[in-house]
Design a binder for this molecule. Structure first.
Ligand code: SF4
Ligand code: SF4
Length: 449
């Protein structure tokens, strides 16, 4: 029977069969993967002050973070946070290269935590998988593929549910009470992850990921990279082990999930997962020699010391400090309520029978504080001597919004300006908010005539 190619083993693509590997860097990466999984699976279920630890509620346009609620009025904070994340990526890339790719990117984290171990469990390690995929279709091959792809589908579904939980909320999503859009997103993500796990894999890093495209612009000669010690390793040959040279065992090549040979020098495909370091370390340890593949920089390879402090890293660090300062100031001074005051549509002012000028405004107040205590609001005016202000009693439950009329009256006098700027001061036990606005007088009518 002729060999039948299954999806993922056909066409011109050279399928990568990375061999399993263990070592210090793999153990370090597993710690990172574990912490990120704890964050993904546990965070959506944890509540602080009755709200999710983290939830980005897009339909309600609010973000819950560690017991606080952020709304569109906090968009400056959101913009600063995005800048902070971008510059953090620039800073760590300048220092440690593609540390994100190797230790924290979901693509790497999910492949290393779920997909490769499942593949090894069901189909065996590199040589068995390669051998099986080259064989004619058989019952043994079919059931293994069926079980593997079913397991991948289940993993894709669970990961997608957890990811969407950060937006739709874990409880509503897992109990079937979330919106149709949330489940549609779960379906889309499940299909995307499934396609990635079964077919796309390393091609995502090579052809699709934008970070891989521009990361070379973020690095310099001082950036730490996974690289081969050519000076010690070459010329390579099977007998060079005792002298510390490369014995051409190919171990660093067969463990590489990107299908490259690190001995060929820096390559864009390299995600700096350090699997090849662990591989070479295990090989060279047999000869009591240090690994030939290690973290180094171009400058260090030329004999220079690794400089962490250099213009690029200083600028990034300065920007990060400034952003932390700005965000800290906003967070510590931000009020847990927001309000706007606007003149009632269609009304400029009116004259009351008792000789007072009346301006009517609409005061919209939102209590953003997530705890259960209701907040009572009071209003006073600044910069409008002798004015009377009346507003209905205003007590808002947590996260409640309400619009109330705000009536301001001022004795009519001819000498008054037609437009008087003043401030509405809204206060509660949570603080005070000052909102500038204007008062229109009868004088305006006379001037307009
Ligand atoms: S060359 Fe080494 S560090 Fe780069 S992707 Fe391959 S195994 Fe990972
Ligand atoms: S693992 Fe080390 S010794 Fe083996 S081929 Fe790679 S660089 Fe050479």
């Amino acid at each position: 029977m002729a060999a039948i190619r299954l999806p993922g083993m056909s066409g011109s693509r050279e399928w990568v069969y990375p061999q399993s590997i263990d070592g210090p860097y793999m153990r370090l990466r597993r710690v990172s993967f574990f912490l990120l999984h704890v964050w993904l699976f546990v965070a959506p279920w944890v509540t602080v002050n009755g709200h999710p630890l983290l939830q980005i509620d897009i339909p309600a346009r609010r973000v819950f973070l560690v017991g606080s609620v952020f709304t569109p009025s906090d968009s400056l904070l959101l913009a600063l946070l995005l800048f902070f994340l971008a510059f953090s990526l620039f800073f760590f890339t300048a220092l440690f290269g593609r540390i994100w790719c190797g230790y924290a990117c979901p693509q790497t984290v999910f492949l290393e935590t779920w997909i490769r171990p499942l593949e090894i469990l069901i189909e065996g390690d590199r040589s068995q998988r390669k051998r099986r995929d080259g064989q004619p279709l058989s019952f043994d091959r079919i059931w293994r593929k069926a079980v593997k792809w079913s397991a991948f589908a289940l993993v894709a579904f669970l990961l997608s549910m957890s990811m969407v939980s950060l937006f739709a909320g874990a409880r509503p999503l897992w109990t079937g009470e979330a919106s149709g859009g949330a489940y549609a997103m779960v379906g889309f993500l499940t299909l995307a992850w499934y396609a990635d796990f079964t077919w796309f894999r390393e091609q995502f890093c090579i052809y699709l990921c934008p970070y891989a495209r521009f990361q070379s612009a973020l690095t310099d000669d001082e950036t730490l990279l996974v690289s081969y010690d050519e000076a010690r390793g070459e010329p390579r040959g099977p007998k060079r082990g005792p002298e510390g040279g490369c014995i051409s065992c190919q171990k660093c090549v067969v463990v590489c999930p990107q299908g490259i040979d690190i001995r060929d020098g820096f390559q864009l495909e390299c995600i700096q997962c350090a699997r090849c370091i662990d591989a070479c370390e295990s090989v060279m340890a047999r000869f009591d020699q240090p690994t030939l593949v290690r973290y180094s920089s171009i400058a260090a390879d030329r004999g220079a010391r690794w400089r962490k402090i250099r213009p690029r890293t200083v600028v990034y660090a300065g920007l990060l400090m400034a952003l932390i300062g700005a965000m800290g100031t906003i967070v510590t001074t931000r009020l847990p309520f927001e309000a706007t005051v606007n003149r009632t549509p269609g009304s400029l002012y009116s004259l009351d029978a008792d000789g007072y000028v009346r301006n009517t405004y609409l005061l919209h107040v939102t209590n953003k504080e997530p705890d259960a205590e209701p907040s009572t609001f009071e209003v006073r005016l600044e910069g409008l001597e002798g004015a009377e202000v009346t507003m209905p009693a205003l007590t808002l439950e947590a996260e409640e919004s309400r619009t109330v009329p705000l009536v301001v009256r001022l004795a009519d006098e001819e000498s008054r300006a037609r437009t008087i700027p003043f401030r509405v001061v809204l206060g509660s036990r949570q603080g005070t908010l000052v909102m500038p606005t204007t008062f229109k007088t009868a004088g305006a009518l006379q001037e307009d005539r």
